[in-house]
Design a protein around this ligand. Structure first.
Ligand code: VGL
Ligand code: ZN
Length: 200
């Protein structure tokens, strides 16, 4: 049993959004076309309270996209994004909904790039859900290659799933040029299979 995991295809990560990813919305038609190849598809949703510790605005003097800390961990200081119940936190309306949705990043004290576990290793419920469904292989796409797609894939590997990343149905933030490509190299080294939609 395989699952399509669609990561964070939300308005704030699309052009015009608060943390816009170049071409973030371009991947939507391809994801919708691939959807019927899967019996099961799930979405993840970045879902932060306004006082979230990953927001530069909650650290006096911090510049968006600079490096800071959250608790004892290094943390990118992001612009406010995907604030709970705002329009920017909504999934893009063109995206065909999945069978289940998993929210992440709701605790102000921990970020959660991964759709499985936050930085304190608190579960979103996704791993348990997939195991109960008998999933053995996961195919991950969405936003962003160098953050939430990457960390979702690394946790999928840790959870023992055969892990595929669909490169042409993902886009990178690229805070530093080349971050997206570097993420794919790291994922390959970690044991993920990098795919393109046409061969799935
Ligand atoms: C993401 C930065 C902050 C993502 C989420 O979905 O890749 N990136 N929060
Ligand atoms: Zn976030």
């Amino acid at each position: 049993m395989k699952v399509l995991i669609i990561v964070d295809v939300q308005y704030d990560f699309c052009p015009g959004g608060a943390l816009a990813v170049n071409g973030g919305d371009e991947i939507i038609p391809g994801i919708n076309r691939l959807r019927p190849a899967f019996e099961l598809a799930v979405t993840t949703q970045d879902w932060h309270p306004a006082d979230h510790g990953s927001f530069a605005s909650n650290h006096p003097g911090a510049e968006p996209y600079s490096m800071g800390t959250l608790g004892s961990r290094p943390q990118v200081m992001w612009p406010d994004h995907c604030v709970q119940h705002t329009s920017g936190a909504k999934h893009h309306a063109d995206l065909v909904p999945g069978d289940a949705n998993f929210v992440k990043g709701a605790r102000p004290e921990a970020d959660s790039y991964s759709g499985f576990f936050d930085d304190d290793r608190k579960s979103t419920g996704l791993a348990e859900f997939l195991k109960k469904k008998g999933v053995t292989a996961v195919y991950i796409c969405g936003l962003a290659t160098d953050y939430c797609v990457k960390f979702t894939a690394l946790d999928a590997l840790k959870e023992g799933f055969e892990t595929h990343v669909i490169k042409d149905l993902s886009r990178a933030v690229n805070v530093n040029a080349g971050d997206g490509e570097t993420a794919l190299e790291e994922l390959t080294k970690a044991g993920a299979i990098i795919d393109v939609a046409a061969v799935i």
